[in-house]
Write a protein that binds this ligand. Structure first.
Ligand code: GDP
Length: 303
């Protein structure tokens, strides 16, 4: 399965270490917990999230007195799932968006994280699920971004609304939503430029785009999706901090999980920012973008 394959490196890096740490030990003692703590921290789960997990295991150890290392795996698995559940990760089971029509997704994130690819793959999945989809090329700062989005549009046979490079992103967003309404589209996905070097400018630009969208579709954007490259570990966390300060991010896409042993970041980031992980990218092909499923994710890590 694509997920198992995509998580192979994380599994090797993170979970084989856990297995090694407990090999030959009969019970979960302080040494085991110390080692587990170190493994989780170095796997980009994050210090606070790790401490939370360790504390929950300690509580179980205190309560049940005797826990063997096989049981530890089960408990760890359960606690990770619980953490993800607390942040509503994988509460999205399909690509149906209920009463919102068009359902508007504003996509944010810095260049290179896989934003365009994620939009392209998402468009393909949305379409396969029976939605009429339109893409808006509001990253007008880079000519390549507009061209790349158009290319994806051709590839997956989805309309792309674009203007000349350098034009006003809010104007592209406006056009896209007007076109979506006129065309009876189910979902509109708007790409935006993610220049982080000037936080105030980013904030202003995103809020201008949002305001303009609401003139066409009240309540839009329904989803503000932040795309992060999971292989960058702490950088992804820093980007998450900055974007959540700039706008109301309410969903995360974590890409390039296939290329990294740092998949633990999925667990930490959702816990730290209380934002659900909605999509994960586990490869370059269209089918490698998946709706995040916390149970499948954890099962795959512990397989
Ligand atoms: P953008 O600048 O954020 O729009 O980034 P792109 O969408 O152009 O992606 C940058 C590179 O990352 C491309 O070569 C993509 O094929 C690659 N990429 C995106 N998502 C994934 C993923 O989930 N796995 C892998 N292995 N590569 C990915």
């Amino acid at each position: 399965e694509a997920l198992d394959k995509g998580l192979e490196k994380t599994k090797e890096g993170l979970f084989s270490k856990i297995t090694k740490a407990v090999v030959g030990k009969a019970t979960v003692d302080d040494d085991v917990l110390d080692e587990l703590e170190e493994i989780l921290v170095t796997s980009d789960v994050g210090v606070n999230t790790t401490l939370k997990i360790i504390q929950r295991i300690e509580e179980r150890v205190a309560r049940d007195k005797y826990i063997n290392t096989t049981e530890l795996n089960g408990i760890l698995r359960q606690e990770i799932q619980n953490l993800l559940a607390e942040n509503n990760s994988s509460d999205f089971e399909n690509f149906e968006y209920g009463s919102h029509k068009p359902y508007v997704i504003m996509v944010v994130g810095v260049n290179g994280v896989g934003k365009t690819t994620t939009i392209g793959k998402l468009a393909s999945k949305l379409k396969a699920a029976g939605n009429k989809v339109v893409l808006g090329a509001a990253d007008t700062f880079r000519a390549a971004a507009v061209d790349q989005l158009k290319l994806w549009g051709e590839r997956v046979d989805v309309r792309v609304v674009a203007q000349a490079m350098g034009s006003d992103p809010a104007s592209v967003a406006f056009d896209t939503l007007q076109s979506a309404v006129a065309n009876g589209d189910d979902v509109a996905v708007i790409d935006t430029a993610g220049r982080l070097h000037n936080k105030v400018a980013l904030m202003n630009e995103l809020s201008k785009i949002k305001n303009v969208m609401q003139k066409v579709v009240p309540g839009a954007p329904h989803e503000i999706l932040l795309v992060l490259d999971a292989s960058t570990g702490q950088n992804a966390i820093e980007q998450c901090r900055q974007f959540t300060q700039a706008t109301d991010v309410n969903a995360l896409a974590l890409t390039k999980l296939d290329g990294t042993a740092k998949g633990g970041v999925v667990i930490g980031i959702s816990d730290q920012f209380k934002i659900p992980v909605k999509y994960i990218g586990v490869g370059e092909s269209v089918n490698d973008l998946q709706l995040f499923d916390r149970k499948a994710f954890v099962d795959s890590l512990f397989k």
